[in-house]
Design a protein around this ligand. Sequence first.
Ligand code: FMN
Length: 389
Amino acid sequence: MEGRLDFSGYQNEIYLGGLGGEKPGLPISYADLEAKAREVMTPEAFGYVAGGAGSEDTMRQNLEAFRRWRIVPRMLRDVSDRDLSTEILGLAMPAPVMLAPVGVLGIVHGDGELAVARAASSLGIPFVLSTAASNTMEAVAEAAGVGPRWFQLYWPNDQEIAASFVSRAEDAGYSAIVVTLDVPQLAWRPRDLQGAFLPFLTGEGIANYLGDPAFRAQLDEPPDENPTGAVLKWVSVFPHPTLTWERLSWLRERTSLPILLKGVLHPDDARAAIETGVNGIIVSNHGGRQVDGAIATLDALPAVVEAAGDLPVLLDSGVRTGADAVKAIALGARAVLLGRPYAFGLGVGGEDGVRHVLRSFLAELELTMALSGLTRLSEIDRSILEPSP
Ligand SMILES: Cc1cc2nc3c(=O)[nH]c(=O)nc-3n(C[C@H](O)[C@H](O)[C@H](O)COP(=O)(O)O)c2cc1C
């Protein structure tokens, strides 16, 4: 267990570098990071990562919801000894931070998820690998080494392929299955539509399918001989609008790994989750990429936490700063997941870029806690917040 890491040491490292005339090669603020990513990424790839559903109203709300809560810092408490470590579903974590599943990272950087796995693993921060990755789950596991990892399942409408994904994830050392509920099919996304850009159709983001024995068994010819046939097969197996709560019992029986449901926003869905015997919930609106007008995740969090009983609740969508993480934890999240920030880090600086984003985030989280009088996650609760006047 890697507790008590000196995350804030990144601050000293940067200032000391400055004494030697060295400036950080990568942007520090999220706004600068996004601006740099816009400069270096192709317009299509940037639009794919930055964009959301419809008018992008939910994307904005995700950010604004964090502004509506204020931390009330407390003074003169010895904050020299800090420990951000936690454990969720048997996974020991140095901080309440993970990397969210972000698909198709091959369009962002040539090394895609391999670079992400290396960066996260070098810090002991868990990552969640997307079904829609540009590299297979086995290749990413190899890049991660002993690094902690969960697998995100886009539940295909074909049972054989779904079963195969789950058993491959088990074999490759992923220690939980995160079922994403909010994409029975893709939403209306104006930026991608304007560019008529859907990466999957050119074979990007479907490596887990192309490398899957059950998927390949359904092809007339292997993907390298008939790539179009493989893409068309993907088009037919990806959407799963018939999926219902009842089907979760099938998955529950298939794996002894913990199962988390990602995309829960309503307390009744949290109650339904308990009924199915899953182990955890991720409050998410997919970063505003699915239902434009959907509730911001921070606004949805308290009611879901209350309804979830003993199930751990995690949160993503709009987490940009250490302060955001503190607020989410204060409202009941056990951990937060970063999405776009690390995807932009990858675009701007590959593996080093992802590591830089993570180290910056962790340093800021530790400093926000300490400067607020908090040294342990157990000290963070609703009492440290006030609604913004
Ligand atoms: C480019 C991109 C691709 C994504 N791909 C997936 C995916 O394959 N599976 C999934 O469950 N979520 C996916 N997400 C959603 C993220 O897991 C996460 O919920 C979202 O990024 C959080 O919002 P934020 O990045 O604005 O903080 C994706 C998000 C982005 C930006």
